[in-house]
Design a protein around this ligand. Structure first.
Ligand code: GRF
Length: 190
């Protein structure tokens, strides 16, 4: 049976688009059954059609607490039978209960070589720190932010005249290759 993914997004959705392309060209053997955005109007919702997945909006401004939000999120996910939940630019911190419920089945992509530069504004912080190497990490989600077991990483050089935009673009290009590879690896390991 084809493994199923539910992809969670908040915005642009370029990682979702890359996953869709990789499925189409046979580089990732999986099916996206649903795309869920916490923001109405997220650009990435448009890409759900590429994989014939149902787009859902679960607007977080309508929920008073993370507990209630994550409960509603679980209810949508329970309509499907995902093998993995794929966080692709999903800008929310999941509650402990949610993480426990989907234990070892949630993957995230983070734009740094973890454990370096957890949290936001990673490209800016890499430049400020004078790092010569940067990259992206796919890891399992645990209830500590950007800290779960690492599945795969991709490195890029930091060049002399980089700014955050050039550096972010170089990393993003690698993210689009890395995420599908890491998903495939986890699926093969069962
Ligand atoms: C990516 O840089 C990802 O690493 C981070 O958020 C960004 C999402 O980009 N978690 P997109 O929405 O997939 O284009």
């Amino acid at each position: 049976m084809m493994p199923e993914l539910v992809v969670l997004i908040s915005g642009r959705g370029s990682n979702l688009k890359a996953i869709a392309d990789n499925i189409k060209y046979g580089r990732l053997n999986a099916k996206v059954s649903a795309v869920i955005s916490n923001k109405p109007g997220a650009k990435g919702l448009e890409y759900a059609a590429l994989v014939s997945a149902k787009p859902h909006v679960l607007d977080d401004s309508e929920y008073p607490s993370s507990q209630e939000y994550d409960l509603a999120l679980s209810k949508i996910i329970d309509k499907y039978t995902p093998d993995l939940l794929i966080l692709a630019g999903f800008m929310r911190i999941l509650t402990k209960d949610f993480v426990k419920r989907f234990n070892n089945r949630i993957l995230n992509i983070h734009p740094s070589l973890l454990p370096k530069h957890k949290g936001l504004n990673t490209h800016q912080r890499v430049l400020a720190a004078g790092d010569r190497v940067h990259g992206a990490t796919v890891h399992f989600v645990t209830d500590e932010l950007d800290t779960g077991p690492i599945i795969m990483q991709a490195e890029v050089p930091v060049l002399e005249n980089d700014d955050t935009a050039t550096l972010a673009a170089r990393v993003l290009k690698q993210e689009h290759i890395l995420y599908s590879r890491a998903i495939q690896k986890v699926l093969l390991q069962g």
